[in-house]
Write a protein that binds this ligand. Structure first.
Ligand code: B3K
Ligand code: ZN
Length: 884
């Protein structure tokens, strides 16, 4: 597979001024006529390359005449050489949506027709210079049979529609804004809309629609509310207003990822729209709010200003993730009320950081490590990564921290002032931030070019006589593939000093005239720096990287006692959580290395103090009392050995369940949420902690706990509690788990999204009952369930994804059965849907950190996939890099 380099970027010699598309839609034979008004860029020379993939070319005419000699076929599609500097190119292609299992381009789902064009799907519809710096105005005419496709949608505004002879109809859509081809979309399906009309900041009336399958309107309300909130937030926070008369969200059941920000016509995976209290959990409600907002925010960060080339992807993704994170934090804070606001924000911050650590830190230490702006790729779809998205967002967050909210806003204003309507680079974004704030950001730009998680090593020295505390911070970034050497970065380190009484000290840095705030942001820019604090009367305990101020790994020597102290006293909730995690990690890894050791008493005491502290928000306690994820622990364990790790985790869970049974039962009672379900952070926090209580109690085999889980499962009126009860039963040795699973399946047999949870729960189950058969057997059996389809990405992610990624001890069974199953499934999936196959394939990329025996088994299967016939570039890149 060829490698594409960022340094190879060349502007196109042609501009496409306008695109007229005419679709004769049909499930098996859709005829697409595309009319491109092309103009040669003054002074440029060369042909116009047109990308095309899986297309049947019916005809191509230049200025009305057969192309003849002026067209030739190339590896990527076609190349045309018009005889003059302006030309109208008319291309007719035929495609078969029903046969398109890749879910990229135009495809069929449940009888409807949908498109997905990012990154390179438009070329599967028609021949086109399919790159984001080609921005054009689109007019789209859709024509189809009325009965099968009653609703016809595309980007922008509806300018004409009507009936045609033979029970057919048509619609014409016009998008007033120039856009790249990846933002094109159409929908032809049987759908119903929830509508709301709102007034924008400048007083324009806009129509919002959420389109769902008939019968699902009662599940669209939360998405609509989220959309309205997002619209308001962008007006208030950045002065950014909806620029269209109409904004549509359309739900589809078969979709490769979460959602897509097509201009004015967002298309969503059903799981990020549909929610009713009895079918969706608190986490689902939260996910919907954030994804709806994310796609909406793209309208400015991504659509109005887009990427020059795909290497700049983080320009829109990192920034938009940062925006959705801020939005969600503000929503949570508002709902929580003034008193609980800080805690609500911290909970969101912890959640985001935990995600970054689990997905991105692990990616950054493996064979796919890349900077947030990569220098090369083989398949762009492989680069919609945690690094580009989550680390990208963290890099934007650091700019926000360094420049302040106001400075950041000034930078955003300048960015839009300069670049509205353009396709630009990450340098352009940072230049706007720098110029608006009169700040040199040259060194900061290294965050865009260096891969790997930087390690910040901290140590402190207290000088009693001088009443001085010197904090030494040193940074280094380990080598990553292709980048042996790294330079120092600009790292904002938010610092607090905790006094012996547990209270923060006011900070006076050397050179300051007076003490100021209790948290200061230090800028670490050298390989090593010393920061001196004055007037420190007793040895303080440093609390570093407060609020997770940078995407780095902090190394600091801390005794167990000091971790327990910070768990109890750190004024920064993020660091309180972090202290609990560090302590748990230490204990679990020690137990994994020494099978007969006991769970240390001091650790349990610290844990107990956390549970007993009634001043803490239940949502926070639920996070702090959740053990570090297995994937993260494997990353920290050398060599990674899933079986003893699982055993250690089970031992710790049992110990915590047994030792604190009364506390768990007590808070289960105390935190019961009465009244009808509402999606609210306070209620959600209580439900989360109660469900966690059930998990620990069930793990310990506590009779009362198991009874409560069963009752909650049977009588709960919302999915959060019902599923929480079920999950506790499945994660126990309880004999009633099987019946409960059957019962749940019967109850929701026609609800695809709820069944996704049911599949995932079983694929991720631990074997609390040693006599139970391996989980792989169950996964194989579930593939035969009538509700399971390998062609539906949600099903694949819930069953196979939960097993490959969420159940390491079972997946990495010593006999290699899991790995062989992995290879079979990757090969089968790849023949249908390379993007989904590639995502699943990535579950083995960090194989070199496992034990030698596991490595041998995994290598065999990686090679088997590598050598399979007709492998896609997607999977080839992943296994190829894994095997290097
Ligand atoms: N921009 C899309 C992702 C497209 C992925 C293509 N393989 C969704 C988002 O980030 O908002
Ligand atoms: Zn996005």
């Amino acid at each position: 597979t060829p490698t594409i380099l960022r340094s190879d970027y060349r502007p196109l010699a042609w501009r496409v001024e306008s695109v007229e598309l005419d679709f004769r839609l049909d499930a098996e034979q859709t005829l697409v006529t595309s009319r491109l008004a092309c103009v040669r860029v003054p002074g440029a020379s060369g042909p116009l390359p047109l990308d095309g993939e899986d297309l049947e070319l019916v005809s191509l005419r230049i200025d009305g005449a057969e192309a003849g000699e002026c067209m030739r076929r190339t590896e990527r599609g076609l190349e045309v050489t018009p005889g003059s500097d302006t030309a109208t190119i008319e291309i007719v292609t035929r495609v078969n949506p029903a046969a398109n299992t890749t879910l990229s381009g135009l495809y069929a789902s449940k009888g409807g027709l949908f498109t997905q064009c990012e990154a390179e799907g438009f070329r599967r519809i028609t021949y086109f210079p399919d790159r984001p710096d080609v921005m054009a105005r689109y007019t789209v005419r859709l024509e189809a049979e009325q009965a099968s496709f009653p609703v016809l949608l595309s980007n922008g505004n509806l300018v004409d529609s009507g009936e045609l002879p033979g029970d057919r109809h048509y619609a014409v859509w016009e998008d007033p804004f120039p856009k790249p081809s990846y933002l094109f979309a159409l929908v032809a399906a049987d759908l119903e809309a929830m509508e709301r009309s709102v007034e924008t900041l400048s007083g324009r009336e806009v129509l919002l629609q959420v389109w769902v399958e008939p019968g699902n309107l009662d599940r669209a309300g939360h998405a609509m509310d989220s959309l309205v909130n997002a619209l308001r937030w962008d007006e208030e926070t950045f002065g950014l207003e909806l620029d269209l008369d109409r904004f549509m969200i359309v739900v589809v059941a078969d979709f490769n990822m979460g959602a897509m920000e097509n201009k004015g016509l967002n298309i969503f995976n059903a799981r990020f729209v549909l929610a009713r209290p009895d079918t969706a959990t608190d986490a689902d409600f939260e996910g919907i709010e954030s994804v709806v907002a994310h796609e909406y925010f793209h309208n400015w960060t991504g659509n109005r200003v887009t990427c020059r080339d795909w290497f700049q992807l983080t320009l829109k993704e990192g920034l938009t993730v940062f925006r959705d994170q801020q939005f969600s934090a503000d929503m949570l804070a508002r709902a929580a009320g003034a008193e609980r606001e800080a805690s609500a924000r911290a909970v969101k911050r912890i959640d985001d950081f935990r995600g970054l650590r689990a997905a991105q830190f692990t990616e950054d230490s493996g064979p796919m490590a890349h900077p947030i702006r990569p220098d090369s790729y083989q398949e762009i779809n492989n680069f919609y990564t945690a690094t580009v998205y989550e680390k990208g967002a963290a890099v934007i967050r650091m700019q926000h921290t360094l420049l302040g909210a106001e400075g950041f806003r000034k930078g955003m204003n300048l960015y839009f002032e300069r670049h509205d309507g353009q396709a630009v680079t990450c340098d352009d974004f940072v230049a706007a931030m720098a110029d608006a704030n009169d700040r040199d950001m040259t060194q900061f730009m290294r965050w865009y070019s260096q891969a790997g998680t930087p390690v910040v090593r901290a140590s402190g020295q207290w000088d009693a006589d001088a009443r001085r505390y010197t904090l030494t911070l040193a940074q280094h970034t380990p080598p990553t593939p292709g980048q042996p050497e790294k330079l120092p970065l600009v790292i904002p380190v938010a610092v607090g000093l905790i006094g012996p009484d547990g209270n923060d000290l006011p900070l006076r840095l050397e050179g300051d005239s007076a003490a100021g705030a209790t948290t200061r942001v230090l800028e670490l820019v050298e390989a090593e720096q010393h920061f001196v604090f004055e007037d420190v009367d007793a040895e303080p305990v440093p609390s570093l990287l407060r609020g997770f101020s940078a995407p780095v790994l902090l190394e600091i020597d801390e005794s167990d006692a000091r971790l327990a102290f910070r768990m109890a006293h750190d004024a920064d909730p993020c660091n309180r959580w972090d202290a609990a995690q560090r302590y748990a990690e230490r204990v679990i890894l020690a137990l994994a290395a020494k099978a007969d050791a006991d769970v240390p008493e001091a650790f349990l005491d610290a844990w107990g103090a956390l549970l007993a502290d009634e001043s803490l928000d239940p949502a926070f306690v639920a996070l702090a009392a959740t053990l570090p994820g297995e994937g993260w622990l494997l990353e920290r364990m050398r060599p990674a050995d899933p079986a003893p790790l699982r055993a250690a985790l089970m031992r710790v869970m049992r110990a915590i369940g047994e030792r604190f049974a009364d506390q768990w039962l007590g808070l289960y009672q105390r935190l019961e949420v009465r009244g009808p379900y509402r999606y609210h952070p306070a209620d959600a926090g209580c439900r989360a902690l109660r469900n966690l209580a059930l998990r620990y109690l069930a793990a310990a085999g506590n009779e009362d706990g198991l009874n409560r889980a069963e009752t909650q499962f049977e009588y709960a009126e919302n999915m959060t509690e019902q599923f929480g009860g079920l999950a506790a039963l499945v994660h126990s040795a309880s004999p009633v788990a099987e019946d409960a699973l059957d019962n749940f399946h019967t109850r929701f047999s026609s609800d695809a999204l709820v069944l996704d949870k049911w599949f995932a729960l079983q694929a991720g189950a631990w074997r609390w009952d040693e006599a139970a058969p391996p989980v792989l057997e169950r996964v194989k059996a579930l593939m035969d369930d009538p509700a399971f389809k390998l062609t539906n990405p949600n099903k694949v992610y819930s069953l196979l994804g939960a097993f490959f990624r969420g159940n390491p001890a079972e997946f990495h069974a010593a006999d290699g059965s899991g790995h062989a199953f992995w290879a079979e499934q990757i090969i089968a999936l790849d023949a249908m849907n390379p993007q989904v196959a590639s995502r699943m394939a990535r579950s083995l990329e960090n194989w070199r950190r496992y034990t030698p025996a596991l490595q041998t088994s995994i290598r065999t299967q990686l090679e088997r996939v590598r050598d399979a016939d007709g492998l896609s570039p997607d999977v080839a890149e992943v296994v190829g890099k894994a095997l290097v």
